[in-house]
Design a protein around this ligand. Structure first.
Ligand SMILES: [Zn+2]
Length: 302
């Protein structure tokens, strides 16, 4: 049995996993954000309810773990930021710990059980509040230098004048300007719409307007596709992925992922026989599923 946790800034979801892809009932609890002892106690209490035989802990978290040092960067859970959770939790709980980034866990979950099943190289994309990604080759996560592999949302690549619209390179949380993370997620499409049309609308209103044929929203989405498709086509040329499952809030907008697939297809070298950029297919919690697969691979040698 593995104890598996999907840890976000507000809640922790926990479930026991008896085998990869198999889970007991999931439970939710509030995340102790400021208090490491309270955080460890919350996990210990949850593990105690899973019964005897827990052999390790697998965690998906909205942060980045350096694969060499094990040190974590996590903005929204201050008690873990800068710590080495595998040591803190492993020592306190007496169990081996695997911990990974939530976009990586999403990519692994989709590669193992979702839209990427059967593909050797899968690039999972998150279009949530920002832009994330994860790379899976032959069923294993590629974490890379600093744990940043798959982070295609950062690095100044934004087109200054997509479809003839002069746009500023928006400032990004990573300290650079012109990152996809600042223009490609839900907050980014809102920023883009405000810059193009002077209207402060939520992302949902913009995508609904696009579906309804509203001129301003349609222009925003056309520019957004132009900005996103080139960098994603380049990622696919580099890594050779044959499947790109897309998750996050924007992936649930009917037709938007298909439009992105068409735009990427027009720019990619490999002409696939069908869709490559597709909506994520796994029902349930990809954080739990991906962390469990990684945990079973890393902690329980076969
Ligand atoms: Zn950035």
């Amino acid at each position: 049995m593995l104890a598996v946790f999907d840890i976000g800034g507000t809640k922790i979801r926990a479930a026991g996993s008896a085998a990869p892809g198999q889970f007991g009932p999931a439970t939710d609890m509030r995340t102790p954000r400021e208090d490491l002892a309270g955080f460890i106690a919350a996990l210990a209490g949850s593990i105690a309810t899973m019964g005897p035989g827990v052999r390790g802990i697998a965690i998906s978290i909205a942060g980045c773990v350096d694969p060499v040092s094990g040190r974590m960067k996590v903005a929204n859970i201050p008690c873990l930021d800068g710590r080495i959770p595998a040591e803190d939790l492993g020592t306190a709980l007496g169990l081996p710990v695997w911990i990974g980034n939530d976009a990586d866990c999403f990519a692994l979950a989709e590669a193992a059980e979702g839209a990427g099943r059967g593909h050797r190289t899968v690039f999972g994309v998150i279009l949530g509040t920002g832009v994330g990604g994860g790379l899976v080759i032959d069923g294993r996560l590629v974490t890379g230098a600093g744990g940043f592999a798959g982070e295609w949302g950062h690095g100044p690549v934004q087109d200054r004048a997509p479809l003839g619209h002069a746009l500023p390179r928006f400032a990004c949380g990573c300290g650079q300007e012109g990152c996809l993370d600042a223009i490609g997620g839900a907050r980014g499409i809102e920023r883009l719409h405000r810059d193009l049309h002077g209207q402060a609308l939520p992302a949902e209103a913009i995508t609904t307007g696009w579906q309804a044929g509203d001129a301003a929203s349609s222009e925003t989405v056309a520019v957004w596709l132009e900005v996103m498709a080139g960098p994603l086509a380049m990622v696919l040329n580099v890594v050779g992925a044959t499947s790109v499952p897309v998750g996050g809030g924007l992936a649930r907008v009917p037709g938007l992922v298909a439009a992105l697939d068409a735009a990427v297809s027009a720019r990619r070298l490999w002409q696939a026989p069908g869709s490559v950029v597709v909506p994520a297919a796994l029902p349930g919690d990809p954080g739990l599923v991906g962390a469990a697969h990684a945990g079973w691979q890393a902690l329980v040698p076969c």
